[in-house]
Design a protein around this ligand. Sequence first.
Ligand SMILES: Cc1cc2nc3c(=O)[nH]c(=O)nc-3n(C[C@H](O)[C@H](O)[C@H](O)COP(=O)(O)OP(=O)(O)OC[C@H]3O[C@@H](n4cnc5c(N)ncnc54)[C@H](O)[C@@H]3O)c2cc1C
Length: 338
Amino acid sequence: MKPRENVPLKELNTFGVDARARYLLDIDTCENLAGCLEGYYSGNLPLLILGGGSNILFTGDYHGWIVLVNTKGIGILKEDSSHVWVRAEAGEVWDDLVEYALARGYGGLENLICIPGKVGASPIQNIGAYGVEMKDRFHSLQAYDIHEKKTRTFLKEDCRFGYRDSIFKRELQGRFLITSVVFKLDKHPRVHTSYGIVAEQLRENKVSDPGIRDVAEAIAAIRSRKLPDPDDLGNAGSFFKNPVISGGVYARLKLQYPDIPGYRLPAGDVKIPAAWLIDRCGFKGFRKGEAGVHEFQPLVLVNHGKATGRDILALGDSIRSAVWERFGIRLDREVWVV
Ligand SMILES: Cc1cc2nc3c(=O)[nH]c(=O)nc-3n(C[C@H](O)[C@H](O)[C@H](O)COP(=O)(O)OP(=O)(O)OC[C@H]3O[C@@H](n4cnc5c(N)ncnc54)[C@H](O)[C@@H]3O)c2cc1C
């Protein structure tokens, strides 16, 4: 657990971008986490916490400390006749937690199967997929305050979760190291199959009365068809968030682009698929040097092999400008740029 110097990060980010960290500290025991950090990190250089590196873009070497969270452990905190409270350490692989729940018949995480990364990062952007967000199953988390050097518990309302958003991406950015997360799961699960494509896949799998395992298998199949595997083609999933615009702006755009898709939100705003906007600007399958846009999913930027973080960022910026010029809609990045 001693820090290493000048460490290559290529294998530690799913874009597969070549960069180096000045210092890297790999933490694998929860008991010693605070002591370990305090023992080595004096606060005079920047510090970045890294999980699976699946939502991050390094645009150069990191001239500070990277703390790699590898703490393990999943267990039941308490249960009653209908729910179970499961606690997972931050360094657990997210999909191992999903499998833990599936194997025991606990419902709630099945729609979030196959999302890369670690448990500790899941609250940062409130991961979500196929109609379910992590916040729907979140109970609380423990985090270490890097400034104050003490541990704090956050309940759901403290985290201010939103669409791919939380307090940890805003006011408390970079201040807390999440050490463990507690999820409240169902012992008598009701599945969520409201997404058309999930229902379709279940029909194709000839499942008429799906359980959580059926839903997980259907979603895993859809994801493996639609998304590139970072082991084959470097990427960090969706590069942009789906923009939300007012109902009035949507109505005006609809006159000009009758086929523009939109999902009306309860407050009257409309969420537009960023993939559609990017596709309409002609970027699907586009390639500039080693950086590119995925041929089937234009929301995913890819590294064809030797792209630098700056190449990928520049491509992202061209896409943002094109979407702004054509539709007057601003795209916000989902990926964390360092
Ligand atoms: C192929 C692919 C598909 C994806 N699909 C989805 C999807 O469907 N839905 C979705 O929401 N996301 C998706 N993602 C994005 C990504 O998987 C998630 O954002 C994931 O939660 C990132 O986890 P990580 O451990 O890799 O985080 P990292 O990339 O290591 O870090 C992301 C951010 O979290 C911070 N962080 C990490 N761990 C901690 C911690 N313990 N304490 C404090 N801060 C921390 C980092 O500093 C950084 O700011 C996808 C990515 C890929 C590559």
